[in-house]
Design a protein around this ligand. Structure first.
Ligand code: AMP
Length: 105
């Protein structure tokens, strides 16, 4: 089944897009848990961190580089949180990995 994030990537549903390149899209969370709450999402639809494979290493690293770049752009480099929820029992609602970037700066 196509994830809601893939539908956003395909422009089937709208979102506030902050950044996009060939392999990553970054959107503003629709229900922000902090003053700034971005979701860094690979275009490759990987259900959970439990499903990553060695070939995804560079993609995952690039997600963190994008996080750093956007934190600088938004002026929150001095304090932000990055996290993945892994599995429904940890609060993962969307089965398409996404790195949360949150800051109250
Ligand atoms: P998680 O609970 O880790 O799976 O995080 C999913 C996040 O996606 C939640 O913080 C939701 O608020 C957010 N979310 C769900 N649907 C959308 C959407 N259409 N646009 C932006 N953010 C969304």
């Amino acid at each position: 089944m196509t994830s809601i994030f893939t539908k956003i990537i395909q422009r089937d549903i709208p979102a506030q897009i902050e950044y996009e390149d060939g392999e990553i899209i970054v959107i503003h969370d629709i229900n922000p848990a902090a003053k700034q709450h971005l979701l860094i999402i690979p275009k490759k639809e990987i259900p959970t961190i439990n499903d990553i494979i060695p070939e995804d290493t560079q993609l995952l690293g690039n997600m963190f580089l994008v996080a750093k770049k956007l934190a600088k752009k938004l002026g929150i480099s001095d304090g932000y949180t990055l996290h993945f929820n892994v599995g429904e029992k940890a609060g993962q609602e969307v089965a398409h990995i996404h790195l949360h970037l949150l800051s109250d700066l």
